[in-house]
Design a binder for this molecule. Structure first.
Ligand code: BG6
Length: 287
C-alpha cells in the first residue's frame, strides 16, 4: 500500500498503516497533523475548529516554531511562533516501506529564498525537517544550518499537541526538581516538586533535557517523549477560559489535549556560526 499526495483541506501527504493506522503531514509549516498507529487512538491531537486555511496557523499537530517563539523574547514579533509554520515547505524526499514495516519518512526543506521578506530576522539559513512515522514511534527532527557569513541566533520549538483521554487525569513524569518559568503566574525560578498534574491553565517553560512520560489512565497508555538538542520543555494547556477565547479551539477540546514541546527558547536560544548546524529532535513512543 502506498502513500497519497492530498490536497484537502491543504496540500500534503497521507498514508494508511495496517487496518486502522493513519499518518499525515501538510506542506504548510511541514506540519505533522496525524499519527495514529494501527489499533491505537490518535496520538497527535488536531482541533476540529482549526482553520485549515493557507497562511493561517493550524490548531494542533506539530507546529514548527522558528525563528522565534511566541511573540519573541521582547514580545514584539509577528506572527506568533515565527514565520516557518505559515510557509509552504518543499517536500524534498519521501521514503515508503509501509508494506514491509509500516514506516514512512517525509522530508521537507525551507530557506530564506522561500520565506521572502524576513525583515524581523534577516538571515540566510537552510532548514530540513524530517518526520518518521512508524507503528511504534513518531520521530521528528529539525536541522537548521547557518549558510550565511555571520553568526545567527534563533528560538525554535517542536510544539507537539498530544491527544489524551482527560488532561485533568494525566500524570506528567520526568520534570521533578527542574526549574521553570510560569507564564500564567508571571514568575521565574520555580522548582517542580514531584510529578506534574494539570489543574488549571498551564503554560510553563522548563529548563530540562529529560525524558517525559505522559501517563494516561483514561486511554490506558503511556506516551514517552524523548528529545535531544533541546534545553527546554514547554508544557501547555489553555484550560476553560483561554480555550473559550480562541476562535480556532472548541470550548471543550482542552480536556483532550496537552502540549509537550521540545524547545530552545528564553535564555537558551540557538547560536550558530557560519557553516554550523543545529539538530533538534523529539520522539514520541507509544508504550
Ligand atoms: C505555547 C505557548 O507554546 O503555545 C503559549 O507557551 C501559547 O503561550 C501557545 O499560548 C499557543 O500559541 P498559538 O500561537 O498557537 O496560539
Amino acid at each position: 500500500m502506498a502513500y497519497e499526495i492530498t490536497d484537502n483541506p491543504l496540500r500534503g501527504v497521507e498514508a494508511k498503516q495496517g487496518t486502522s493506522g493513519h499518518y499525515g503531514i501538510f506542506d504548510q509549516g511541514a506540519q505533522v497533523w496525524s499519527w495514529q498507529p494501527a489499533g491505537a487512538e490518535p496520538v497527535i491531537w488536531m482541533s476540529e475548529k482549526s482553520w485549515f486555511a493557507e497562511g493561517q496557523p493550524l490548531r494542533g499537530g506539530v507546529p514548527i516554531c522558528f525563528p522565534w517563539f511566541g511573540p519573541g523574547r521582547h514580545g514584539d514579533l509577528y506572527p506568533m511562533h515565527g514565520f516557518a509554520r505559515l510557509q509552504n515547505w518543499h517536500m524534498s524526499d519521501v521514503k515508503d516501506t509501509l508494506d514491509r514495516d509500516g514506516r514512512f519518512i517525509v522530508e521537507y526543506t525551507l530557506n530564506e529564498s522561500m520565506t521572502g521578506d524576513q525583515a524581523q530576522w534577516p538571515h540566510p539559513y537552510r532548514a530540513v525537517f524530517q518526520a518518521k512515522f512508524t507503528p511504534e514511534y513518531l520521530g521528528l527532527e529539525l536541522r537548521v544550518e547557518n549558510v550565511g557569513s555571520e553568526e545567527i541566533t534563533f528560538d525554535e520549538a517542536l510544539h507537539t499537541y498530544l491527544h489524551v483521554g482527560d488532561v485533568a487525569q494525566v500524570t506528567i513524569r520526568g520534570l521533578d526538581q527542574e526549574t521553570y518559568v510560569d507564564k500564567v503566574a508571571g514568575t521565574e525560578g520555580e522548582v517542580q516538586s514531584g510529578d506534574l498534574t494539570i489543574t488549571g491553565e498551564t503554560d510553563r517553560v522548563y529548563a530540562s533535557t529529560a525524558e517525559v512520560v505522559v501517563h494516561d489512565p483514561v486511554l490506558g497508555r503511556d506516551l514517552v517523549i524523548s528529545k535531544s538538542g533541546s534545553a527546554n520543555t514547554v508544557v501547555w494547556n489553555p484550560w476553560i477560559d483561554k480555550a473559550a477565547a480562541m476562535s480556532d479551539f472548541g470550548d471543550d477540546e482542552w480536556h483532550q489535549m496537552l502540549c509537550i514541546e521540545a524547545a530552545n527558547v528564553l535564555d537558551a536560544p540557538v547560536v550558530l556560526r557560519p557553516g554550523e548546524i543545529h539538530c533538534l529532535k523529539q520522539r514520541i513512543t507509544l508504550a
